[in-house]
Design a protein around this ligand. Structure first.
Ligand SMILES: NC(=O)c1ccc[n+]([C@@H]2O[C@H](COP(=O)([O-])OP(=O)(O)OC[C@H]3O[C@@H](n4cnc5c(N)ncnc54)[C@H](O)[C@@H]3O)[C@@H](O)[C@H]2O)c1
Length: 247
């Protein structure tokens, strides 16, 4: 219950899915959490869930594609809770379809790549002042394979690359940087596919474990990477996919 006791965390894309599950788990493990998303009503709901469970949280709307908004987000953690120990750069969007639409490509890069870059930049600036911290970035199995649309794969490979580069760059400053690479997970992002029974059966069958993952199963990996329990782990892209990548 106190893996993150006295820690302060930010979770982006915490209006639902993996971000919400991680914010709830962080709070359950003792962290004060700044819950962030473009969707204000969704993060207010996440904050209400955390408070109802006895945790500490604050809502801050933020479009991670906008550098200035991410700077304000990190400032909010410091003004509200005094510091920033754990940054979870999770907000992301899926690509479109096999047709390469350049507007969608650019938008995917703006959110999935620039959003993570902004998060790393401002988290590092704050963590340096405090003598360390942890950063976790949400990549995907599409970040370590060609499974996904062109723009989604490009963006998630970039997340893995930035994770490794940042890990090397900030290792001596006691800032660890890791990525989590989920397989197919039941969240609002995958809901349109899961709502189609034939597609759901196909997705289940693609996984060696015979099912998709739950957001809470990704949150557990994120918690570990964010906490001192993974103290010698940095620059790692942790695949959490029920064996999908082995197949
Ligand atoms: N669900 C999966 O199967 C799966 C697999 C691999 C990776 N991922 C990644 O996991 C992360 C979370 O996705 P999810 O599955 O929980 O989906 P989700 O759609 O439930 O969550 C994504 C959240 O990000 C928010 N968001 C979108 N654009 C934003 C922006 N510009 N700024 C701030 N917030 C923004 C959305 O409002 C949403 O609440 C994403 O990075 C996604 O690419 C998901």
């Amino acid at each position: 219950m106190d893996t993150l006791k006295d820690k302060v965390a930010i979770v982006t894309g915490a209006g639902g899915g993996i971000g919400r599950a991680s914010a709830l788990l962080y709070a359950r493990e003792g962290a004060a959490v700044v819950v962030s998303d473009v969707n204000l009503s969704a993060i207010e709901e996440t904050v209400a869930m955390i408070r109802a469970a006895g945790g500490r949280a604050a809502a801050q709307a933020c479009n991670v594609a906008q550098e200035g908004e991410v700077a304000i987000l990190v400032d909010r953690a410091v003004s509200e809770f005094g510091r920033l120990d754990c940054m979870f750069n999770n907000a992301g969007i899926s690509g479109s379809d096999p047709v390469i639409d350049m507007a969608v490509f650019r938008r995917t890069i703006e959110v999935n790549v620039m959003g993570v870059a902004h998060g790393i930049k401002y988290a590092v600036a704050q963590m340096r002042k405090q003598g360390g911290g942890t950063i976790v970035n949400t990549a995907s199995i599409a970040g370590v394979s060609g499974s996904g649309t062109l723009e989604y794969c490009a963006s998630k490979h970039a997340v893995v690359g930035m994770t490794r580069s940042a890990a090397l760059r900030y290792a001596k400053e006691k800032i660890r940087v890791n990525a989590v690479c989920p397989g197919v997970i039941v969240t609002p992002m995958t809901a349109p596919m899961i709502d189609n029974p034939a597609m759901k059966a196909h997705l289940d069958s693609m996984c060696p474990m015979g099912r998709m993952g739950e957001a809470e199963e990704i949150a557990e990996a994120v918690l570990w990477l964010s906490s001192s329990k993974s103290s010698f782990v940095t620059g790692h892209a942790l695949v959490v996919d029920g064996g999908f990548m082995c197949a």
